[in-house]
Design a binder for this molecule. Structure first.
Ligand code: FES
Length: 162
């Protein structure tokens, strides 16, 4: 073995080690980049909308009997942002506190209607019946009507859309 061959035989493991090290470093760097890019892209899909306080009515508009109000709000789902109108019922309870009920029937989502004569909410789709407080009275609905958290600010009734 001459001097030149000896030198090459020593360089080979060093070069091999360098290639493996750089290859590993490149793999780690690209994996980290892919993870960050993927997380940034998919994050909106898993974003929890914390809800928003939306104006329902002025306090003076509410009475003891449920009254329908159409409220405007923004629905954010993933990357989309959509202006929505939702029907709710609002009234004052015995302590004169505002109550906001969703109009969406808990069976299959049809909009319930207030029946003034019988003092009940009726669902036109499959005959679901709810009390004034939104409790299921009869029919297929599995749960009471949803109650939206409510607060009053400067004479305005606000509901937390969740
Ligand atoms: S959707 Fe209301 S009873 Fe079926």
């Amino acid at each position: 073995m001459d001097a030149e061959e000896l030198k090459k035989s020593k360089e080979l493991p060093r070069r091999f080690f360098l290639n493996v090290f750089l290859g590993g470093l490149w793999s780690v760097a690209t994996s980290v980049f892919a993870f960050i890019a993927g997380a940034a892209t998919l994050a909106p899909l898993f974003k929890q909308d914390g809800g928003q306080w939306i104006r329902v009515a002025s306090f003076a508009e509410l009475g003891e009997e449920p009254k329908a109000f159409v409220v405007d709000h923004v629905l954010e789902q993933g990357w989309t942002r959509e202006n929505r109108k939702t029907l709710v019922y609002a009234y004052l309870d015995a302590k004169r506190q505002p109550v906001i009920l969703s109009s969406s029937c808990t069976h299959l989502g049809c909009a319930v209607r207030w029946n003034k004569k019988f003092q009940l909410f009726e669902c036109p789709c499959h005959g679901g019946i709810y009390s004034e407080e939104g409790a299921v009275v009869d029919g297929p609905p599995p749960r009471d009507l949803a109650r939206w958290p409510v607060k009053v600010e400067n004479g305005t009734v606000l509901a937390l859309r969740t």
